[in-house]
Write a protein that binds this ligand. Structure first.
Ligand code: 2DT
Length: 243
């Protein structure tokens, strides 16, 4: 070790339309993780936080909300998870003893990455932009609240052609789970993909992976994308966390 830079974890984000197999593949990659330093799975929205409860009420149509307001809540739901303990100044004024129980930041993505733990997320800011843009909100306004969040090293977009997606369209009953909305979101994801390298210059590589075929086939395709990233990290590491 000496004075050498500590190796950080890799941050990998999965995106795609509903029913493309994201959740299954995030789980598989997490459980079969071969990289050094361990791994954690994350899911956005995280419905377990206070804001997540409101987001869940919105998605399950128990609550209506202005499109801008819910967009900001989705983003805030990513931020509330980033909270860290300000370099050791943990607020333990509640006397609950275990700071990790007070500060969700103890589980925060940035801290995990710094500690060498890799993070795999089921959706992130790219879903945020695609879904809100599909409602017609101004695209340049949409990206602002997510600026400066930790940026992924790799975005894996699980791609299903239209017919294949329609064949899987036994959606649940949540707000966005209709063919009409999914079609518009598909177009918006294409816009996000185009902009990803350009609009912030910080986000990692966006890779489309064919989501057709068996779970094992898709898993194999994903491995072929992830393995080179892990190899790179075993070398000199990825250095600073991108923002
Ligand atoms: P799932 O929990 O089934 O993935 O559905 N969404 C998600 C947004 O509109 N904005 C966001 O920022 C994120 C992360 C996508 C969650 C639904 O919420 C949508 C589907």
């Amino acid at each position: 070790q000496g004075g050498s830079k500590r190796r950080r974890g890799a941050f990998i984000v999965f995106e795609g339309l509903d029913r493309c197999g994201k959740t299954t593949q995030v789980q598989r990659l997490t459980e079969g993780w071969t990289g050094a330093g361990g791994v954690k799975g994350r899911r956005f929205p995280d419905r377990t936080t206070p804001l997540g409860t409101t987001i869940n009420a919105y998605l399950t149509s128990q609550q209506e909300m202005d499109d801008h307001a819910i967009h900001l809540l989705f983003s805030a739901n990513r931020w509330e998870l980033q909270r860290v303990d300000n370099g050791g100044k943990v607020d333990d004024s509640t006397g609950m003893g275990d700071p990790s129980r007070i500060l969700r930041g103890a589980e925060a993505i940035e801290r995990d990455l710094t500690n060498g733990i890799s993070v795999i997320a089921d959706r992130y800011a790219f879903s945020g932009i695609a879904f809100s843009a599909a409602k017609g909100l101004n695209r340049s306004w949409l990206a602002a609240p997510d600026a400066n969040l930790p940026a992924p090293d790799l975005i894996i977009f699980l791609h299903l052609p239209g017919e294949a997606a329609a064949a899987r369209a036994d959606f649940g009953g949540e707000r966005y789970e209709t063919v009409d909305i999914q079609t518009r979101v598909r177009d918006e994801f294409a816009n996000v993909r185009e902009k990803v390298q350009g609009y912030d210059g910080r986000s990692g590589e966006w890779v489309d992976v064919d989501a057709q075929g068996s779970i094992e086939e898709v898993e194999e395709r994903i491995k072929r994308v992830v393995d080179p990233l892990l190899k790179r990290m075993e070398g000199e590491g990825l250095g600073e966390i991108k923002r």
